[in-house]
Design a protein around this ligand. Structure first.
Ligand code: SAM
Length: 244
């Protein structure tokens, strides 16, 4: 039926395309894709040919009203190159405008590098903050890290290989020796998660930019260390001396 379908696609392993995602993609009247060449490959993989239109940061403002107009009668599937649309990818304004125009919005959830990285890192998962890509300019990056560093949550950042060393160095400088994980090539042949403190990871990747796609996961700020039993006893004894 007509409406906007947000379709998550694999982040490396094509086996992660859900049957429901494949079903929607095979029946959509139109597939709005970040890069149609990438999505053609995916559609070919499932033996499907559908009309496609590019929807990316550079044409979105122009294309969006046309897509919204078509939603009245057509099922439009939104996909990005990999993973979940809208997550460091275009789409939220399309969802906003589709809702405002009273059209159905349906999600077909699936792979997302941020959540996948969190499950690999071995760091607290009860509170996390996804911050996408840090700014590339040093000053803006430092300001963002300072802001994020005060938040009591595990941090999840997207990064590229060439920038990893500089980003880890900046994180280590401002956040100290928090535990962290560098996850790479998730769901692909060379998937890995390298764990360690931020300074150790910064040293490791200082001159050897790794290949592939990367997510950095950083532990929340440490709690004040719990008082030892002796300290607690001494404090209690001292407090008791003050009682009338
Ligand atoms: N929408 C996507 C998602 O749901 O994860 C993210 C798109 S964003 C433009 C691309 C970034 O996601 C990459 O630079 C990398 O940080 C991360 N990423 C995507 N696929 C990945 C993978 N297989 N392994 C590690 N990181 C990945």
């Amino acid at each position: 039926s007509p409406g906007l379908y947000i379709v998550a696609t694999p982040i490396g392993n094509l086996g992660d395309l859900s049957p429901r995602a494949a079903d929607i993609l095979s029946r959509a009247d139109l597939v709005a894709a970040e890069d149609t060449r990438v999505t053609i490959g995916l559609l070919r993989h499932i033996g499907v040919k559908r009309p496609m239109t590019p929807y990316h940061d550079h044409n979105a403002d122009h294309v969006r009203p046309q897509l919204i107009a078509r939603l009245a009668t057509e099922a439009i599937a939104l996909v990005s190159d990999a993973g979940t649309p809208l997550i460091s990818d275009p789409g939220y304004k399309l969802v906003r405008d589709a809702r405002a125009a009273g059209h159905a919005v349906v999600t077909i959830p699936g792979p997302c590098a941020a959540v996948a990285a969190l499950t690999l890192a071995g760091l607290p998962t009860d509170r996390f903050l996804f911050a996408g890509f840090l700014p590339s300019k040093a000053k803006a990056r430092a300001e963002t890290i300072a802001e994020l560093g005060a938040i009591r949550a595990t941090l999840i950042l997207y990064e590229s290989g060439p920038r990893l060393g500089a980003t880890l160095a900046a994180l280590a400088e401002q956040l100290g020796s928090r535990d962290a994980a560098v996850t790479r090539e998730i769901t692909k042949k060379f998937e890995e998660a390298v764990t360690g403190t931020l300074p150790a990871l910064a040293t490791r990747y200082a001159d050897t930019p790794p290949k592939g796609e990367i997510v950095i996961v950083v532990a929340p700020p440490g709690e004040a260390p719990p008082a030892s039993a002796e300290d607690a006893d001494a404090a209690l004894a001292e407090a008791l001396t003050r009682l009338p």
